[in-house]
Design a protein around this ligand. Structure first.
Ligand code: ADP
Ligand code: MG
Length: 338
């Protein structure tokens, strides 16, 4: 039996050579992927009306990042990825990949990315080694430049190189898809919902390998509808909702902005001054309402109400205001069943 703890122990030297030296991500370089006004409307049919899946997406994905495209089902994530991969034709707007415009230089743009598609489809009659060789052939990688063994090792599949694909575990099959996406040594690796329906242990394994590729200089883009996954892995997250990017920020900033709500209180009697509700800071609006921002993770509305009571403020009415982002967030957590 192979020792599973040794899976994927490729030497750093092998890993470092997975993408060419001059194609490694450099900070302050132009974006790895850049989209402007990107729109996609799928044509309707007799039964289905046309569907506007992307409504004008502007997005820059920095070189060297692990970028999360986060959104609920149907948000347009796969549409975006498939346009990059040349699998879906955009309706309008522009996209460049590694500096290559997908209309003017489609071949170069496509060569700059390796895509792991959402749907797993694999020919089970080949071995991983054969599968990679065939893929390299499709991409026109000359035999002398192929790195089949290095890539298999990097994905923890060296000892399965000659096994039949149908004998691989689910986790190994996913890793083989990543390996296939890397045969032409693209500087950008894109994974479309790579862990949907994959158990936690396999997720961890997959991420270990993807993170190694990232360390070796590969820019990684993944789509997910798990906020937690994006939060854990990505240094930057864009939230896409109904075909629009509603947020794009460094992970920490985004997560912090999800934790903001405002309690709006209409007092029974008009207030003469802003009450002291420490540690909360209230703002008295000209219409007499009190706006009290708070962090839902740290404060409860009941606690704020107690402080209002202590300040002898009687409440006529109250509501809470959430950011639009909060709505998306609620939908995300709802859909991922947490
Ligand atoms: P996501 O990957 O975020 O779940 P998709 O990009 O797959 O979202 O889909 C975005 C929207 O476009 C959805 O409403 C989906 O039903 C629709 N859609 C996707 N592919 C097609 C297609 N080939 N024809 C018609 N509508 C499509
Ligand atoms: Mg999808």
């Amino acid at each position: 039996m192979p020792d599973p703890s040794r899976a994927g122990s490729a030497s750093p030297m092998n890993l470092q050579s997975i993408i060419p030296e001059n194609e490694k991500a450099t900070p302050l370089a132009p974006p790895a992927i850049s989209a402007r006004g990107l729109k996609k409307t799928y044509a309707g049919s007799k039964k289905m009306p046309p569907k506007e899946a992307l409504k004008g997406v502007d997005l820059d994905i920095p070189q060297g990042s692990i970028f999360g495209l986060l959104g609920p089902n149907g948000a347009g994530k796969s549409t975006f990825i498939n346009i990059l991969a040349g699998l879906v034709t955009k309706s309008s707007g522009s996209v460049s990949v590694w500096g290559f415009d997908i209309d003017r230089n489609p071949r170069q743009a496509r060569a700059a990315i390796g895509v792991v598609p959402q749907e797993i489809s694999m020919d089970v009659f080949f071995t991983p080694k054969e599968a990679l060789e065939i893929q390299a052939g499709l991409y026109g990688v000359p035999k002398s430049e192929r790195q089949t063994d290095e890539i298999l090792a990097a994905l923890g599949l060296a000892d399965k190189a000659n096994a039949y694909v149908r004998q691989l575990s689910g986790g190994m099959k996913r890793r083989l898809l990543v390996a296939k996406a890397m045969v032409h040594r693209p500087p950008i690796l894109i994974l479309d919902e790579p862990t949907a329906g994959v158990d936690i242990e396999l997720r961890k394994q997959l991420w270990e390998h993807v993170l190694k590729l990232h360390e070796a200089g590969v820019t990684v883009v993944l789509t997910t509808h798990y906020l937690e996954e994006a939060e854990e892995l990505c240094d930057r997250i864009a939230i896409i909702h109904n075909g629009e990017v509603v947020a794009c920020e460094p992970t920490e900033k985004l997560v912090a902005s999800l934790d903001n709500k405002t309690l709006v209180v209409t007092p029974l009697e008009p207030l003469a001054a802003v009450p002291d509700l420490a540690p909360y800071t209230a703002e008295l609006k000209s219409d007499g309402r009190l706006f009290i921002p708070y962090h839902p993770s740290k404060a409860q509305v009941g606690d704020i109400l107690e402080r209002l009571g202590a300040a002898s403020i009687k409440v006529r009415d109250l509501t809470t205001v959430e950011s639009d982002l909060e709505d998306v967030f609620l939908e995300l957590t709802y859909r991922s069943g947490r």
